[in-house]
Design a protein around this ligand. Structure first.
Ligand code: HSE
Length: 333
């Protein structure tokens, strides 16, 4: 993992002491946040963490093998509890296999993030579980080495081990997945005053289904435009150039095929841009939408525009405004 200039280390010595104390415990409670994947121009490559909502996962050591999963919170009854079919369970199984450990865990997942929201709901559960379990085991793996196990969880929910939700939930900040094979993940700089506006309408889009509607091949013309935009967006982050970021936030890979899943999307996007957003798009595989802004006042207006647009389509929605969350998952207990 390469870090941007002037970034703080992932582990401070104070943080290491906290982790050492935690490994003496039988259980741990961890909070991992929602994330925005794709960010328009970076399909499967770009993502950032926000502060709210979040999932909270409690992991208890169990000498017997196997992962026992229980759930509570938002739409918890829609999530499988068999470890192999649960994103957090799959991540933990991958971690235990890699460490050649026979022990098990009892896991309770408190869903604060709606499943099927496009806010990295499955990623947050997996990241909190894998992060917490690693600490209970005495931190055998470094933060960045947990990523591959968190990615295994994404296969369960989307059919592909995409890292653009799990990497920012695990590492914090704005992340570029430069390569999947070999895995090469970079932390990007975050311009000051950057705010994320996220609006979540009250219905589910399953990531697997939102991926199934995408074409298997993309034209060279689209690939050239998307490469230019992704490069432009990243240059904009480094240069703190909001205008460059904004004109780069165009998606030719997923948005044209997925926008039909979001009622009134095109007119909402236009109104959001007219309200002064840096850019606007579908958050992950939707149905959440996101926008970026450089001021809290504009962010409130943009958020209201999104909520009103969903209302016109007969949908209730929830608004979250947050800076990019730069922290790794938080130990609560
Ligand atoms: N990059 C993934 C997709 C994110 O768009 O399918 C899913 O949240």
């Amino acid at each position: 993992i390469r870090r941007p200039p002037r970034s703080t280390p992932l582990y401070s010595s104070a943080a290491s002491d906290v982790y050492k104390r935690q490994m003496l415990k039988e259980s741990i409670k961890v909070r991992a946040p929602a994330t925005v994947a794709n960010v328009s121009c970076g399909f499967d490559c770009l993502g950032y963490a926000i502060s709210n909502p979040a999932d909270i996962v409690t992991i208890k050591k169990n000498n017997d093998p196997g992962i026992e999963i229980s759930l509570s919170g938002i739409k918890a009854d829609t999530i499988p509890t068999v470890a192999e079919n649960n994103t957090a369970g799959k991540g933990l199984l991958s971690l235990l296999e890699a460490l050649n450990l026979k022990q098990g865990f009892k896991v309770h997942i408190e869903k604060g993030i709606h499943p099927g929201s496009g806010l990295g709901s499955s990623a947050a559960s997996t990241v909190a579980a894998v992060f917490g379990a690693n600490i209970l085991l005495g931190s055998p793996l470094k933060l960045e080495d947990l990523l591959i196990h968190c990615m295994k969880g994404e296969i369960v929910s989307s059919g592909f081990a995409h890292a653009d939700n799990v990497a920012p939930a695990l590492l914090g900040g704005f992340i570029l997945v430069r390569s999947y094979d070999p895995l090469d993940v970079l932390k990007l700089p975050i311009p000051e005053n950057l705010l994320s506006i996220n609006v979540l309408p009250d219905y589910i889009v399953k990531t697997k289904e939102a991926r199934a509607i995408l074409p298997k091949n993309i034209s060279l013309t689209s690939a050239i435009k998307q490469s230019g935009n992704l490069s432009g967006f990243i240059a904009g982050l480094y240069e703190r150039d909001f205008a460059l970021m904004g004109r780069s936030m165009v998606d030719l890979f997923a948005e044209p095929f997925r926008s039909g899943l979001i009622p009134g999307y095109d007119s909402m996007r236009q109104s959001v841009m007219d309200s002064g957003a840096i850019g606007c798009g579908i958050s992950g595989s939707g149905p959440s939408v996101f926008a970026l802004s450089d001021s809290f006042d504009k962010a409130n207006i943009i958020g209201k525009t999104m909520v009103d647009s969903f209302k016109k389509s007969g949908l209730k929605s929830k608004l979250f405004i947050s800076p990019v969350n730069t922290f790794p998952p938080k130990i609560l207990d």
